[in-house]
Ligand binder design. Structure first.
Ligand SMILES: Cc1ncc(COP(=O)(O)O)c(C=O)c1O
Length: 382
C-alpha cells in the first residue's frame, strides 16, 4: 500500500514511536503526578520530556507554556474559549479548517464576532487585506499556517508583525506545518500556536498541544484533579497543570517524544525539502496528463507536502476509490473538513483529490500515483 494521506495522520509511525508506547505500557504504567511511587514518578518524567521536546522544537520556548491536549482541535478550542470574551472580534481567513470555523461560529452566540479575509482562488492570503478588517474590538487574528487543502504556506511572520503593530494577538493553527517546516513563535510574533502530535511529529493519535506565550493569561476550560495542590478546592494557578486536569495520554506522549526525536534526527529542513520535492514532482507529473486541474499556488517549491487535484469530468471520490481499490494508493477526497477553503478555490461542494506525503514517501510512490491517474484517465476516455 502507498499511503498518501499524511495530512490526516502520518503513517507509518517510526518503530521508535511504537516501541516507546509499548515501553510505557510494559515498563512504566503509572499515572503521572498521581502518586509518589516509582511508576508515577517515571510517568511524570515522560510527560516532562515530551513537553521539553516540543518547547525545544519551537525555538526553546518556556516548557510550562506548552499545554498537552488530545488534538489540535482541542488546543484551538482552548485558545478561543479560554481567551475571548463577549464583545471581542476575531479576524480569520477563508482558508481555515472547521476546527477554527466551527468554534468561531459557536462563539457568535456569546457575542464574539469574526470577519473572514477572502483569499485568492489559489488560496493565497494577501496580508494587506487584514488592516481594513481591524476594529477597536479586534483581539485576535486566527491563521492557518499551512493549508490542508492546497498545501500553501501562509505569510505567518508578516501577519505576526502586523498583529504586533496593531496590538492584536496571533493564534496559529499549525496542524499541517508542525514537524514539516521550522517554526519559531518568538521570531514570528506568534502568541498562541495549536499543533498535533500525530501528523508531522509522527506521534500517536490522541496527542496535541497548545503553546501560549509567557505573560498571556488564559482561562482553563476544564477543571479537576491535577495531582498537585490536592488540599485546595480551587483550580491551581500554576502552568501547565492549570490546563491539564484529568489523566493525560501518557503512553501517547511517550510515543510523541520518540516521534519528535525522529523528526529532529531527520532534520526539519531536510523533511521540508524532501516533501516539497515530492510535491513538485507530483505537480509536474500530473500537469502532463489531459484533463487534470491542480489547485493552490502554482509555485510548489514552498508547501506543506500536500497537493489537491481533480480529473475533469470525474468525481474526486470516484478517483480516490479507484486509487484505493485498484492501485492500493490511499489518498483523501472531498472537502477535508474545510468547506470555506473549497469555496475559496471554487471546488465546493464536491472537493478535490488530496495527496499528502510524509518523510518516508519516495519519488517512486509519486511516479506510481501519476501512472495510476494516467491509467484512470485513459480508461475513462476510451
Ligand atoms: C489545518 C488543520 N487544522 C486543524 C486540524 C485538526 O487537527 P486534529 O485532528 O489534530 O484535531 C486539521 C486536521 O487535519 C487540519 O488539517
Amino acid at each position: 500500500m502507498i499511503y498518501l494521506d499524511n495530512a490526516a495522520t502520518s503513517f507509518p509511525k517510526p518503530k521508535q514511536v511504537i516501541d516507546a508506547v509499548a515501553h510505557y505500557f510494559n515498563e512504566i504504567g503509572g499515572n503521572p503526578g498521581r502518586a509518589a511511587h516509582a511508576p508515577a514518578r517515571e510517568a511524570g518524567r515522560v510527560i516532562d520530556r515530551t513537553r521539553r521536546s516540543l518547547a525545544n522544537l519551537l525555538g526553546n520556548v518556556e516548557p510550562s507554556r506548552i499545554l498537552c491536549t488530545p488534538s489540535t482541535t482541542v488546543a484551538l478550542n482552548l485558545a478561543f474559549k479560554g481567551l475571548l470574551q463577549a464583545g471581542d472580534h476575531v479576524v480569520t481567513t477563508s482558508m481555515e479548517h472547521n476546527s477554527v470555523m466551527r468554534p468561531l461560529r459557536g462563539l457568535q452566540k456569546l457575542g464574539i464576532s469574526h470577519s473572514q479575509i477572502p483569499c485568492s482562488p489559489s488560496g493565497e492570503l494577501d496580508p494587506s487585506d487584514i488592516p481594513p478588517l481591524i476594529r477597536p474590538q479586534t483581539r485576535l487574528i486566527a491563521l492557518i499556517h499551512g493549508s490542508n487543502v492546497t498545501g500553501n504556506l501562509m505569510p505567518v511572520s508578516e501577519v505576526g508583525k502586523m498583529a504586533r503593530e496593531h496590538g492584536i494577538l496571533l493564534l496559529v493553527d499549525a496542524a499541517q506545518a508542525m514537524g514539516r517546516i521550522p517554526i519559531d513563535p518568538q521570531e514570528s510574533n506568534i502568541d498562541l500556536l495549536a499543533g498535533p502530535g500525530h501528523k508531522g511529529l509522527l506521534g500517536p493519535m490522541g496527542t496535541g498541544f497548545l503553546y501560549v506565550r509567557p505573560g498571556l493569561e488564559l482561562e482553563p476550560l476544564w477543571e479537576g484533579g491535577t495531582g498537585t495542590y490536592s488540599e485546595s478546592m480551587e483550580q491551581p494557578e500554576t502552568w501547565p497543570e492549570r490546563f491539564e486536569s484529568g489523566t493525560l495520554n501518557a503512553p501517547g506522549l511517550a510515543g510523541l517524544a520518540a516521534g519528535i526525536a525522529e523528526v529532529q534526527k531527520l532534520g526539519l529542513e531536510a523533511i521540508a525539502t524532501h516533501e516539497q520535492s515530492l510535491i513538485e514532482s507530483l505537480a509536474a507529473g500530473l500537469s502532463q496528463l489531459p484533463g487534470i486541474i491542480l489547485y493552490g499556488s502554482p509555485d510548489k517549491s514552498s508547501c506543506t507536502g500536500t497537493l489537491s487535484f481533480n480529473v475533469q469530468e470525474l468525481d474526486c471520490s470516484e478517483v480516490a476509490h479507484i486509487l484505493d481499490t485498484a492501485y492500493a494508493i490511499a489518498v483523501r477526497s472531498g472537502l477535508h473538513c474545510a468547506p470555506a477553503a473549497h469555496r475559496t478555490i471554487n471546488t465546493f461542494p464536491h472537493g478535490t483529490v488530496r495527496a499528502s506525503v510524509g518523510p518516508y514517501n519516495t519519488q517512486e510512490d509519486i511516479e506510481t500515483l501519476v501512472h495510476a491517474v494516467s491509467e484512470i484517465i485513459g480508461f475513462r476516455s476510451r
